[in-house]
Write a protein that binds this ligand. Structure first.
Ligand SMILES: Nc1ncnc2c1ncn2[C@@H]1O[C@H](COP(=O)(O)OP(=O)(O)OP(=O)(O)O)[C@@H](O)[C@H]1O
Ligand SMILES: [Mg+2]
Length: 405
């Protein structure tokens, strides 16, 4: 071999362990920055489970990229280990409700994750059973294998009904389980999700409720710095991490955004054949991130949420001119509503009531797609709400179109 060229050499001048920059990567506890209070709260709510008792059900909400999924997964993993030391068996299931939107899919997924057919003699086929049969098998599996199950329902607002919440919370109360018990962690970034639940489910799911605040620039820097070893030594210019953190903090302290920008910056440097990642790469990376984030958010939005966004984007383009930058155009909610009705007409869809559209606009603000501000109109007129796109309107329009509006 010696003397011959190694064709694998030089493939990766930039990255050493890119895995550290994937969203799915679950960092160790000591790499979770600035969330000790939140982790304490979660642990407190769940601690009964370490002794085999029913934990509190928990509802976690906060803006995107604030560590909700990460902290929930981390704490349940630690819970399982701690319980194990007490000879208590805790099983966990993680459901991404964006993928498993129906009650049947969700219960199938939970049962499948908790099952070991060799131990239980129960099979959980991917489909083909009735919903109630899946539940029945789930209770059998739980009683056979575990003292406690903790079920994480991530993006819980994407479930098409709250029946599963009803069933899971009832299982404990109504004695469906003989030798085991169960707790739920529900996660959402929708402000109003809770309002849509029926009272019974709400009081059960939200026994403990935690809001995860956005990260500040320093915390984002620390989060990025703790993943520096994703890159080869000396490859990251000193300006890169602070720059990325500042960009992500400016909009709304989103760790996912910060990590994505850092990864894109590395990829762009790599594509260019550069041997270092510089501040200039960060600028391009930010554009790429903006586009991807927008497409992803919009692809998850409901049709009417897209119509509202399109209406705002059209009005922004109309208003922006030579002297007005599109990102500085404010549009009154009433005007958005009028344009929204036209969009609905074009889409041959019945428009929602004004109030619902107002709610959709505040959802979009919570997701940081738009900014809202109340403006004083003068005596006798009171306040009006104005809306502003965070991103370029053309980007928004093309993202909405690409996702089949
Ligand atoms: N405190 C932290 N320390 C280290 N990494 C973090 C921290 N918070 C978030 N991250 C990382 O940022 C990314 C986004 O975090 P996470 O998926 O937990 O956000 P989220 O609040 O669930 O967002 P969404 O509402 O969009 O699902 C993940 O890659 C995660 O590992
Ligand atoms: Mg999440």
């Amino acid at each position: 071999m010696s003397g011959s060229k190694n064709y694998f050499d030089g493939f990766d001048p930039i990255f050493r362990n890119k895995e550290l920059l994937q969203v799915t990567h679950l960092p160790d506890g000591d790499r979770i920055i600035g969330r000790s209070e939140e982790l304490d709260n979660l642990a407190n709510a769940l601690k009964q489970a370490t002794k085999g008792y029913t934990p509190n059900n928990v509802f976690v909400y906060g803006k995107t990229g604030t560590g909700k999924s990460l902290c929930s997964k981390f704490i349940t993993r630690q819970l399982v280990e701690t319980a194990d030391q007490n000879d208590v068996s805790v099983g966990t299931a993680y459901v991404d409700c964006l993928q498993d939107t129906t009650e049947t899919q969700a219960v199938q997924s939970i049962a499948d994750q908790l099952n070991r057919p060799a131990e239980t003699d129960v099979s959980i086929p991917a489909s083909g059973l009735s919903t109630s049969e899946y539940y029945k098998r789930l209770w059998t599996i739980l009683d056979a294998r575990h003292d406690v199950a903790v079920v994480i329902l991530d993006e819980i607002d994407k479930l098409d009904s709250d029946d599963i919440l009803m069933q899971l919370s009832r299982a404990v109360e109504s004695g469906k389980l003989d030798d085991s018990t169960l707790g739920i962690i529900g996660i959402s970034n929708k402000v109003r999700y809770k309002d849509s639940l029926n009272e019974r489910v709400k009081s059960s799911l939200c026994e403990r409720e935690f809001v995860f605040p956005p990260y500040d620039a320093q915390q984002l820097q620390d989060i990025l710095a703790s993943r520096r070893d994703a890159f080869k030594r000396g490859v990251l210019d000193d300006s890169v991490v602070p720059r990325v953190a500042a960009l992500a903090a400016r909009e709304h302290g989103d760790a996912r955004k910060a990590i994505d920008i850092l990864r894109y910056a590395g990829e762009i440097a790599e594509d260019e054949g550069a041997d270092r990642v510089m501040e200039d790469h960060v600028r391009h990376a930010q554009e790429r991130e903006e586009q991807n984030r927008l497409s992803e958010l919009i692809s998850k939005a409901t049709p009417h949420s897209k119509y509202v966004l399109l209406a705002l984007a059209y009005l922004t383009v109309q208003t922006a001119g030579e002297d007005t930058d599109a990102t500085e155009v404010d549009v009154a909610s009433n005007d958005v509503y009028e344009m929204y009705k036209q969009v609905c007409k074009r889409e041959q869809s019945e428009p929602l009531k004004r109030r619902r559209v107002r709610d959709l606009l505040s959802e979009l603000e919570f997701l940081s797609v738009i900014e809202q501000q109340r403006q004083w109109e003068g005596r006798g007129k009171g306040n009006r709400m104005v809306n502003r796109l965070v991103d370029d309107p053309d980007l928004v329009i093309s993202a909405c179109r690409n996702t089949t509006v």
